[in-house]
Ligand binder design. Structure first.
Ligand SMILES: [Zn+2]
Length: 728
């Protein structure tokens, strides 16, 4: 509708005499041929690509003429290509309509009747032959314009123009201005919503930045070594070294030259440092993430800061500091993340800009977007007591030294996880206060709560052991495994010595695999016994226990009494285990051989026919035909391949589908070498040696070919004999 109106008000007009004159006056100056290698864009990615073409550049000053016309509130730019005008075609290539009041424009292509909304510097792209660029007439420096004053006069009220501007420049300038304004407005609408969420965030404490560069960056400090040169009269070095700790700033002198990049500790402040020779490294740059937790409405907000210090040799390694807030995670009162905002550092963005971030979880199917993690940070803890005032006292302890909120040596703290776990395992407060530090850490780190009665109010109910045991745990710093052992001992009314308890806790021994029900041993006796055996055979406790379990199994199969001390605490577990399992295997093998022989009798029955048919000896090798089915099983066992493992090949041989033959060396016919599968006609289907390998196959391959030929010859001979007999 509007388009029609535009065409009515300012219809496309043929080029004026002036435009034609411009083209006519513009003479050919030069003609260049160039190899052009350019990328062209298509409507989809399959139609994009590179093109090599010889392009002729005609040395004209003017490639196109633009004529401007104003009517009412509209501006019309008609663009005539020089090629069209040259041909005598006066119709415009494109007509650009501009509506200043509505801040809009449309491009009309009279030849095709199409409408587009491209900007004037891109308008020709629609029309030009993209492959050769032959009609790219809109170029920045060779467009002649008539009616420039009209166009500038029309657009001048919106933006300022440069004195040199042509109509083309003016329109481009105006269109860019409109576009920028539009983008800015679009962005503001989005940003407003998010910025409102950000307004609730309280200001950071005054000392926070200083804290970041000092305590936050504590893991990234250096011990700088300067040389103080000095020689005695005989020119012998008696110089010293000056050391400076970048954390506490203490300087001291020493004779020790130290090692560049060595890790060390400051003797004054105990900070972990990296030794650097003064001047050896030009730039020392270190970065760290720090975090702070604050109240946010009902819940909390975790803020993450990127902290960077750069020390340069030129400035005597005085740190240049930079800090940037990069992430804000908003959580509800149970520390479940609600949203994660990332700092947006796009160009041209308005003030500080925060974008909500979702990431797609690739490990799940279907891939689901989830809120981006807060990840690791060194936490600011001075405000914890205040922030956690509504929470339990244990949470407030996060601020204390050596708390779960501060990374130890090389440790990283994931604040969201820590907070969540502290909330879930709030009973840990009592565990820790009772002095069971190891247990508390194990529950916190590995979630070991299966055996605990977490809803209980008292310590003895929570851990399900009596006060005496708790006292023992506290004394020996016993953790989760020791706790289970103590509980077991209490329930079964057994004694558990300190040695066994310590052993169970240190080696993280579970009670169930110890087979106490079977042997009737006490926990203490079983643990000490298995540990002794493990030490003797140089195995780990777990390995030894597995063997012990197998041993008990075998002993039971042999009808032994597991409650007898000679069996259950035998000093020859290893030896007996090996001997018995070997015997068991042998019995199993013998049984299989017997079974197979009974099942596949035909192999034995066909022996004489097969033996005669496949008989072949040459060049140190010979063919041995298996006498019965069990031969296949034995061969397979010795060569560790699959021929005897299943019934497959025996079945095939019984049905005379294919035959298993043994290739042996002539002088050691008893020992297996190669196993062959072949047809009655002598065709080799498979040939394998030990572990399905093929040793010396360069020699064996040709030998097998000769074998095949020999069998074929034999069959042919037999056939002729049969025919002869039939004829007779
Ligand atoms: Zn220091």
């Amino acid at each position: 509708m509007i388009k029609k109106l535009l065409l009515q008000m300012l219809p496309p007009e043929p080029a004026s005499r002036e435009a034609v004159e411009i083209i006519r006056a513009d003479r050919l100056k030069r003609e260049d041929r160039k190899e052009l290698h350019s990328y062209y864009w298509g409507p989809n990615r399959h139609q994009c690509g590179y093109v090599w073409d010889t392009v002729t550049y005609f040395g004209y000053d003017v490639q196109a003429v633009i004529e401007a016309e104003v009517c009412d509130h509209l501006l019309r730019l008609s663009i005539y290509s020089r090629y069209a005008l040259h041909r005598g075609d006066l119709q415009p290539e494109v007509v650009v309509y501009i509506d200043k009041r509505k801040k809009r424009w449309r491009n009309y292509f009279p030849q095709t009747g199409k409408w587009t909304e491209a900007m004037i510097d891109r308008v020709s792209d629609v029309k030009t032959d993209r492959v050769t660029n032959r009609y790219r007439f809109v170029m920045y420096d060779n467009i002649a314009c008539t009616g420039t004053q009209k166009a500038i006069g029309y657009l001048e009220s919106d933006i300022e123009m440069e004195p040199k501007d042509t109509a083309y420049d003016a329109v481009l300038r105006w269109q860019r201005w409109i576009r920028e304004e539009r983008n800015e407005r679009k962005k503001e609408v989005q940003v407003d919503k998010w910025n409102k969420a950000m307004e609730l965030i309280p200001p950071i404490p005054d000392d926070f930045e200083d804290w970041c560069f000092r305590y936050g960056m504590r893991r990234h400090n250096f011990l700088l070594r300067q040389i103080i040169p000095k020689y005695d009269q005989r020119r012998i070095w008696i110089g010293k070294y000056r050391y400076i700790c970048t954390y506490c700033g203490t300087e001291w002198e020493s004779n020790d030259p130290g090692v560049h990049n060595a890790e060390c500790e400051c003797p004054f402040c105990d900070t972990k440092l990296v030794l650097k020779y003064w001047g050896r490294q030009k730039v020392l740059r270190r970065e760290e993430y720090t975090g702070i937790i604050q109240r946010y409405g009902d819940g909390f907000v975790l803020r993450r800061f990127y902290v960077l210090t750069t020390r340069r040799k030129e400035t005597d390694y005085v740190p240049v500091k930079a800090i940037l807030e990069t992430r804000r995670m908003i959580m509800d009162k149970y520390f479940n993340p609600l949203a994660c905002y990332e700092h947006d550092d796009r160009q041209n963005s308005v003030a500080p800009c925060w974008n909500p971030k979702l990431v797609t979880d690739g490990y799940r199917y279907p891939p689901t977007p989830r809120i981006k993690c807060f990840e690791y940070a060194v936490m600011y803890t001075a405000n914890i007591r205040e922030v956690m005032s509504g929470e339990n006292k244990w949470m407030a302890k996060l601020g204390e030294k050596d708390s779960l909120f501060q990374p130890g040596e090389g440790e990283e703290v994931y604040p969201v996880e820590t907070l969540k776990r502290m909330k879930i395992y709030s009973f840990l407060e009592y565990v820790e206060r009772a002095g069971l530090i190891k247990l508390a850490r194990q529950i916190f780190n590995y979630g070991k709560t299966e055996e605990l009665n977490t809803s209980a109010g008292r310590m003895t109910d929570l851990l399900n052991v009596n006060g005496n045991s708790i006292a023992r745990m506290k004394r020996g710093n016993i953790g989760y495994y020791g706790l289970n052992a103590l509980r077991y001992a209490e329930q079964h009314d057994e004694k558990l010595g300190d040695e066994a308890l310590k052993l169970i806790d240190d080696k993280e021994i579970n009670i169930q695999p110890l087979q106490l029900d079977r042997t009737g041993l006490t926990l203490q006796k079983a643990v000490l016994y298995i540990n002794k055996m493990a030490m003797r055979s140089r195995r780990t406790f777990g390995q030894m226990n597995t063997r012990y379990r197998d041993y008990l199994e075998l002993a039971q199969e042999r009808g032994m009494d597991l409650h007898d001390d000679i069996v259950r605490r035998s000093s020859k577990v290893d030896e007996l285990h090996d001997r018995w399992s070997e015997e068991k295997q042998k019995a199993k093998d013998a049984k299989r051989e017997k079974d197979v022989d009974r099942k596949y009798k035909r192999i034995a029955q066909d022996l004489s026919i097969n033996k005669e048919h496949f008989h072949y000896e040459a060049k140190g090798f010979c063919i041995v035909v298996p006498e019965k089915a069990s031969d296949l099983v034995r061969e397979g066992r010795i060569l560790h391949h699959c021929v005897g493992a299943s019934d497959r090949y025996m079945k095939k041989m019984t049905e005379r589908e294919s035959f298993i033959l043994f290739l042996r060396r002539e002088h050691q016919q008893e020992s297996p070498y190669y196993t062959l599968e072949c047809t009655w006609e002598g065709k080799i289907l498979q040939a394998y040696s030990e572990y399905d390998r093929k040793p010396d196959y360069e020699a064996i391959g040709p030998w097998l070919q000769r074998f095949t030929r020999a069998i074929q010859k034999k069959i042919a001979k037999e056939n002729t004999q049969k025919l002869m007999q039939a004829a007779v």
